[in-house]
Design a protein around this ligand. Structure first.
Ligand code: UGA
Length: 461
């Protein structure tokens, strides 16, 4: 099938960078990234993009105005496209059947309904690509909505889940570990595979059935999350038996069958995907009667909460169960380094418990804005009982953040935290001065020499 134009509904963390890389690698195609949010589109059309990713601005500037456009005009752009990607949010449902576990398909359904109403009189063949992370058999829902609302439309639905990680999105798109295309129609699969093959080696383009593709995406994230929960569970064992989690993790990771990635202990994984996707897998297992399997995967989430709570409890007990009006510096609020994203960040839960204890928290994060931090806290209703202005303060200078503080908490693994002048910080803090390293990032022996009491994950000293 010939392709001249591609459009994508949803200009978020996945849609924006993916379309930018398509435009960059396929200069002969017109690529259009669509969103109903006018503010988001105007930022994509400016030099202040709505998301930060290394090299993204350069690629957007290179292609915008040539073969890449960002627009609110969803109907017109879809009508003229041969391939339409759906990249909208599928958050966890907060109400009704499956609340707290299943995906909320509101945005996805309404996107498909718009596609159906715009394309109902179209005579040329269209490929609809499901890129949002979805539960298994969602492609069937898309097919049914299109069949019932655009009966004459000649279309194929493909599943093409995205595996990019935030912070490395452009590199992950340019050099993906694999591209996965699931579908029923060989011609449609081949058409999309040929586009990716312009820059991805054929051996890395995997084709499967629709259902395998949808399930593989959920399970890839579930298995990554499971590795982190596994190593975090072992960090608790290390603390009790006198072992060192970094040594244990290195030894485990040198077995080539296991590999060394995603074995870094932390205060708990965050981000918009892991918790949501594991919970969706739990829901699927429950709804098909596999209770033991559902319980197995639910344990990944329970262990993540256990790690977060354990870390927070350790801060409270180390500081004599007395945090009222104590100043605490929090280094990092993003769910991981190199992003300003705060969704489901462990920092949010840690901050909430310490605020309940009466602490005054000074947050320094190189990328997180105050608004983003407050949004995440408010989403969980963590600020309902305190005055954020007085108790949750954002600092633009880490040295100001530590002044008169009793403790420093490291919650994100930003590299710049390693280069701070901790001798200077120690002088400005109340004594004993604590460092609770929730990422095992800093040089603990050097900090102890300065005089800090250092408490780290999976270490017994
Ligand atoms: C994750 C997956 O890695 C991507 O492959 C996937 O495409 C994406 O979700 C998605 O479904 O959209 P992302 O959430 O951006 O990507 O971030 P990760 O790098 O996977 O980190 C997730 C969390 O795990 C972070 O909080 C990170 O700090 C934590 N982590 C990671 C650890 O605690 N330890 C590790 O060893 C690795």
């Amino acid at each position: 099938m010939e392709v001249h134009k591609i459009s994508c509904i949803g200009a978020g963390f996945v849609g924006g960078p993916t379309m930018a890389v398509f435009a960059y690698k396929c200069p002969d195609l017109q690529i259009s990234c669509l969103d109903l949010d006018p503010e988001k589109i105007s930022r994509w059309n400016s030099n202040e993009l709505p998301i930060y990713e290394s090299c993204l601005l350069e690629i957007v500037q290179n292609c915008r105005g040539r073969n890449l456009s960002f627009s609110n005009d969803v109907s017109n752009e879809i009508k003229n496209s041969n391939i339409i990607f759906i990249c909208v949010n599928t958050p966890t449902k907060t109400y009704g059947e499956g609340a707290g576990c299943a995906f909320d398909l509101t945005y996805l359904e309404s996107s498909v309904r718009s596609i159906a109403s715009v394309l109902k009189d179209c005579t040329d063949k269209k490929i609809i690509v499901e890129k949002s992370t979805v539960a298994v058999r969602t492609a069937e829902i898309i097919e049914q909505i299109l069949t019932h609302n655009a009966p004459g439309l000649d279309f194929s639905v493909l599943s093409n889940p995205e595996f990019l990680a935030e912070g490395t999105a452009v590199n992950d798109l340019l050099n993906p570990s694999r591209v996965l295309i699931g579908g029923k129609n060989e011609e449609a699969i081949e058409t999309l595979a040929n586009l990716y093959a312009r820059w991805v080696p054929r051996t890395k383009i995997l084709t499967t059935s629709l259902w395998s593709s949808e399930l593989s995406k959920l399970c890839s994230n579930a298995m990554l999350a499971q590795r982190i929960s596994s190593i975090n569970s072992i960090s608790a064992v290390c603390e009790r038996v006198g072992a060192d989690i970094d040594e244990v993790s290195t030894v485990i990771g040198t077995d080539e069958r296991i590999g060394n990635k995603f074995l870094r202990t932390s205060v708990g994984f965050g981000g918009s995907c892991f918790t949501k996707d594991v919970l969706c897998l739990v829901y699927i297992c429950e709804s098909i009667g596999l209770t033991d399997v559902a319980n197995y995967w639910r344990q990944v989430i329970i262990m993540n909460e256990f790690q977060r709570n354990r870390f927070t409890k350790c801060i409270i007990t180390s500081m004599n169960n007395t945090l009222k009006n104590k100043h605490i510096a929090m280094f990092g609020f993003a769910y991981k380094k190199n992003t300003g994203d705060t969704r489901e960040t462990a920092a949010c839960y840690v901050a909430s418990t310490l605020l309940e204890e009466g602490a005054i928290i000074h947050v320094y994060d190189p990328k997180v804005t105050r608004q983003m931090m407050l949004n995440e806290m408010n989403l969980h209703k963590f600020l309902d009982f305190i005055s954020a202005d007085k108790h949750l303060i954002t600092e633009t200078n880490p040295y100001e953040a530590v002044k008169n503080s009793s403790a420093i908490l490291v919650l994100t693994e930003w590299d710049c935290f390693k280069d701070f002048d901790y001798t200077r910080m120690f002088q400005d803090m109340l004594k004993p001065a604590y460092i609770f390293d929730g990422r095992n990032l800093l040089n603990h022996s050097a900090l102890r020499e300065i005089g800090f009491r250092v408490i780290a994950l999976g270490k017994s000293d």
